[in-house]
Design a protein. Structure first.
Length: 113
């Protein structure tokens, strides 16, 4: 059995903390998808294909992390339903996070979207 290094930091999330972290990841994914979509509409993806692929990879990694968190907190007896419910809760919280950012930006607080 491997021992943790003295420099390794282990963080244990409660379900609420995991839900908030997943929501934050989903909000980041939405921002990145919007950015990628903007590049595609503007025709900039051909000029910087590496940047577009790199951004798409970050999106996939973030969504994979969301799914891993959801799997950890899923009930084994109702796995699919509880996994879907967790992701849906995180999605709704992400929408609240993005709405809050947008409200702050429109209020002139200068939070970038």
């Amino acid at each position: 059995m491997k021992e943790l290094s003295t420099q390794a930091q282990v963080q244990v999330f409660t379900r609420e903390q995991a839900l908030w972290h997943a929501a934050w990841l989903i909000s980041r994914v939405r921002e990145k998808v919007a950015e990628l979509y903007g590049w595609a509409v503007a025709g900039e993806t051909e000029a910087s294909a590496f940047a577009a692929v790199s951004l798409a990879r970050e999106i996939a990694e973030d969504m994979n992390e969301v799914l891993v968190i959801a799997r950890i907190f899923a009930d084994i007896r109702n796995f699919t339903q509880s996994l879907s419910a967790f992701v849906e809760e995180a999605r709704l919280e992400a929408a609240r996070i993005l709405a809050s950012k947008e409200a702050q930006a429109s209020a002139g607080e200068g939070v970038p979207f």
